[in-house]
Design a protein around this ligand. Structure first.
Ligand code: FES
Length: 102
């Protein structure tokens, strides 16, 4: 079981628990504002863009080439950007904090 914190653009904190699925699914199921998941998680919409806390970047791992291509189209992308449909929940992610991108 991993506890994951989403911080919305309005600074609302959602502290959610899961043991499977993607971060996007977890966010959508719990109504996290700003995470829409329009493409259903196939890495083609970028409506699940988050910024991962710097100290958690290693845990989360690098974006795939397809994901990087999608992020390059987003003006708000930074070195901490990930599409959270591409991050699977696992015990190792316990304590992860992500911020919903603008
Ligand atoms: S849900 Fe579409 S790219 Fe993540």
């Amino acid at each position: 079981m991993a506890k994951i914190t989403f911080i919305t653009r309005n600074d609302e904190h959602y502290i959610l628990e899961a043991d499977s699925g993607s971060l996007m699914e977890l966010a959508v199921q719990n109504g996290v504002d700003g995470i829409d998941g329009d493409c259903g998680g196939v890495c083609s919409c970028a409506t699940c863009h988050v910024h991962v806390n710097t100290e958690h970047m290693e845990k989360v791992g690098a974006a795939s080439e397809i994901e990087q291509d999608m992020l390059e189209l987003d003006d708000n992308a930074t070195a901490q950007s990930r599409l959270c449909c591409q991050i699977d929940v696992s015990d190792e992610l316990d304590g992860l904090v992500v911020r919903v991108a603008r």
